[in-house]
Ligand binder design. Structure first.
Ligand SMILES: *Cc1c(COP(=O)(O)O)cnc(C)c1O
Length: 416
């Protein structure tokens, strides 16, 4: 029997075949993948996973693909860094950074979801792949499409960072820059998806795409020695990543890979676009759409598709949400770089800023085993920090000039 059972409506539970559909015909609720856990349980084990490939595909039993061929074969299995310096600074005994700044091939967590989406799209017979993106998704779709020999259309908002625009063009997909924000791009793409038989990774094949995010939960647990963390901090754009980390943890429990899930799920946004965190702090289970204005462009979704489910997952886990200002985003990026040697993009600054806030509030405690998800690379958002890092010491090519600049005496020994 197949491991994928059906697509199921998250609202009314109606089931559908595992095709390129994403909304319920009855109630317009979003669809998600339902698995045959009894069947999967018969063969899955910690050992089987550990003997698998060094990529997200070691968890193929829990991913929505049918065939043996995996496009995007190197995504995932990024380092889980024991962040001793940052932990000491924040007052945490056991802090880890899940470092997706080095994900393959485009340096963000999106390589996970796109590897799954493009594999599934191929299985469903699509030849053209497309997406509505805040930046990283487009980069990943463009790169994967090039490697897979598929046609690609990537749609981006008009105000993206230079490296994210270039990081599309280099792979030569059709790059469509829309004069508007992400929510405008997404609305347009929904219309196009209705007219053209293309695989829009985050629209008509979203149910499959979203499942790729679960691998961040699986890897974290495996890398912690099959322990679930006490606290996780997750950046939110549409809120999908957060909901799938929650789902992934519970799948591991359902399959007997871990005994219990006591993980508190914490969501992070930037003040300039915080519809989900704002709703959480106001005690609401619904969010009000906003018009984004923040340097954290990868998270700038004003009308988040999974906002409601992110609120629900966080509440169920007894976690929290918070938001930080753009200045705090920059401080967060610098703090992570200067304590752990990891250069994150703005979404990472959001995560570190909110982590710091939750520790200060006492929401995350000293003894909690905590994982912060760092989902994108700082080299892609240099504009955000270019005014906040100073300049190099400029000298003449002479020993004198060097020693004068650093005020080192003739026989000074410097730091040694
Ligand atoms: C897309 C993205 C996220 C989160 O996306 P969701 O829509 O909430 O799943 C987080 N960080 C970065 C860097 C991203 O590009």
């Amino acid at each position: 029997m197949a491991k994928m059972k059906a697509l199921v409506c998250r609202e009314c539970g109606k089931e559908y075949p595992t095709k390129a559909i994403h909304v319920c015909e009855m109630c317009f609720g979003p669809l998600e993948v339902k698995y045959n856990y009894e069947e999967i349980k018969k063969t899955i084990s910690r050992k089987k996973i550990q003997d698998g490939p060094q990529s997200i595909w070691r968890y193929a039993d829990l991913l929505p693909v049918e065939g043996p061929t995996f496009l995007g074969p190197h995504a995932g299995m990024t380092p889980l860094v024991r962040a001793k310096n940052l932990g000491a600074y924040l007052g945490l005994d056991e802090l880890y950074i899940k470092n997706d700044t080095v994900n393959h091939p485009t340096l963000s967590f999106k390589d996970r979801v796109v590897a799954v989406a493009i594999t599934r799209a191929r299985e469903l017979g699509f030849e053209t792949i497309a997406c509505a993106s805040t930046g990283n998704l487009a980069n990943s779709v463009a790169a994967h499409a090039a490697a897979a020999g598929m046609r690609a259309y990537v749609f981006i908002p008009g105000d993206l960072e230079a490296a994210k625009v270039l990081g599309n063009l280099i792979y030569k997909p059709n790059v469509v820059e829309v004069e508007g924000n992400y929510d405008d791009v997404n609305r347009l793409c929904s219309e196009i998806a209705g007219e053209h038989a293309w695989a829009f990774v985050n629209i008509n094949i979203r149910p499959y795409y979203a499942e790729g995010s679960k691998t961040l939960a699986f890897e974290t647990v495996e890398q912690l020695g099959w322990r679930t963390p006490d606290q996780v901090v997750i950046p939110m754009a549409s809120g999908s990543l957060l909901t799938k980390i929650w789902k992934g943890l519970h799948e591991m429990k359902a399959l007997g890979l871990v005994d219990d899930v006591r993980t508190k799920i914490n969501g992070a946004q930037a003040e300039g676009c915080s519809p989900i965190s704002t709703a959480f702090k106001a005690g609401r289970d619904f969010f009000k759409p906003v018009k984004p204005k923040t340097i954290a462009k990868s998270l700038a979704i004003g009308n988040p598709a999974d906002g409601y489910y992110a609120l629900k997952a966080t509440a169920e886990s007894k976690g929290a949400m918070d938001m930080v200002s753009d200045d705090e985003v920059v401080e967060g990026i610098k703090l992570l770089a200067q304590t752990e040697g990891i250069f994150a993009e703005t979404a990472g600054g959001v995560t570190i800023g909110v982590l710091q806030k939750l520790v200060k509030q006492g929401t995350i405690k000293k003894i909690d085993v905590t994982v912060a998800y760092i989902t994108g690379n700082g080299l892609k958002t240099q504009e955000a920090v270019s005014d906040a890092v100073g300049r190099p010491h400029r000298i003449q090519p002479s020993l004198v000039s060097f020693e004068q600049t650093f005020k080192i005496g003739k026989h000074g020994r410097g730091d040694v």
